[in-house]
Ligand binder design. Structure first.
Ligand SMILES: NC(=O)c1ccc[n+]([C@@H]2O[C@H](COP(=O)([O-])OP(=O)(O)OC[C@H]3O[C@@H](n4cnc5c(N)ncnc54)[C@H](OP(=O)(O)O)[C@@H]3O)[C@@H](O)[C@H]2O)c1
Length: 284
């Protein structure tokens, strides 16, 4: 299958490239090769390359940066998605678009399903939701994948920050009032491959590892697996004082993708163990 990945230098883009090669013919475009904000470039490239599938990994993902630069956030996360959707609608390519748990406000008391009404509380969440809406409206052949708390060996992520800080500090302060489901990028790439190559019914899918935790739990588990003795002090979101509000509870229910593909995503603890093993070969 001929597959174009936009935002291919990012964490998920690189993971997908590793996953899909060499079984598929991959065309990789990072921001220098294809800026998704440039509608005519996007249209021209998708027309010229004629991929069967476009996986849009391009995004402005720094949640606090988005709060300060809303226009730029919308230009990438919303209009960028629209540009790709318009090109796919013309060429007939299947569009797989990545979205986020941050489209929800976090007021739920049970995991969010695909039927729940989004209500983002940050610029990032609003811009990603706008991108989703463009995709749904413009290209009927679409798969929207919402994921959460993504980490992998090919990008800056929470676990690497914790491990790096633990090298120089005896004590770390980590938020304990946000609950979610961490998602290992390798597992997400495995699911996306199945969704786009089978292909699964069009629509929206929640994809995350199984089980829930707080950032504090996640940090404690990573430090324990790394054999570090660093103390982890639980703090509140207010104490951390970030620019963008975060949903307090953003657990995604992955039952729909599990039933559709006949798979079970592993527990986040098992995925984290696999990550800790793989990272040894990457971060020497
Ligand atoms: N990371 C998470 O925790 C998380 C959670 C839920 C959902 N998601 C979603 O999952 C997807 C992949 O995220 P990720 O973690 O792989 O993000 P990432 O590592 O930040 O990768 C995004 C890539 O997009 C590129 N990009 C930015 N602006 C672009 C533009 N105008 N045109 C083309 N490329 C552009 C970035 O390039 P530069 O680095 O040069 O800017 C980067 O290579 C995104 O849709 C994100 O919203 C992520």
């Amino acid at each position: 299958m001929r597959i174009l990945i936009t935002g291919s230098s990012g964490m998920l883009g690189r993971e997908l490239a590793e996953r899909l090669h060499p079984a598929h013919e991959l065309i990789l475009r990072d921001i220098d090769g294809l800026d998704v904000r440039d509608a005519s470039a996007v249209y021209g490239e998708i027309k010229r390359l004629s991929p069967e599938v476009v996986i849009n990994c391009a995004a402005a993902t720094d949640v606090d940066w988005c709060e300060y630069y809303p226009e730029q956030a919308f230009a990438v996360n919303a209009e960028g998605a629209r540009n790709i959707a318009e090109a796919c609608a013309v060429t007939g390519a299947l569009m797989c678009h990545l979205s986020t748990d941050y489209v929800f406000d976090g007021s739920a008391t049970r995991p969010y399903t695909e039927q729940d009404i989004p209500h983002p509380i940050s610029v990032y969440g609003r811009s990603k939701l706008a991108g989703e809406r463009y995709v749904r409206e413009i290209v009927s052949r679409h798969i929207i994948v919402r994921t959460s708390w993504l980490y992998g060996v090919y990008g800056k992520n929470f676990i690497e920050t914790i491990l790096r800080l633990s090298e120089t500090r005896h004590e770390l302060r980590v938020v304990n009032d946000q609950t979610g489901s961490p998602t290992y990028a390798e597992d997400l790439a495995w699911v996306i491959e199945q969704l786009v190559t089978l292909p699964a019914p069009y629509g929206t899918y929640h994809v995350c590892n199984t089980g829930i935790c707080t950032w504090h739990d996640f940090a404690v588990a990573a430090l324990s697996l790394a054999g570090r003795q660093t103390a982890v002090v639980p703090i509140t979101t207010e104490e951390l004082g970030r620019a963008a509000p975060r949903p307090r509870f953003s657990v995604l229910d992955n039952a729909h993708v599990s039933a559709t593909l006949g798979i079970t995503l592993r527990h986040w603890c098992d995925a984290l163990t696999a990550y800790m093993y793989k990272r040894k070969g990457v971060y020497r």
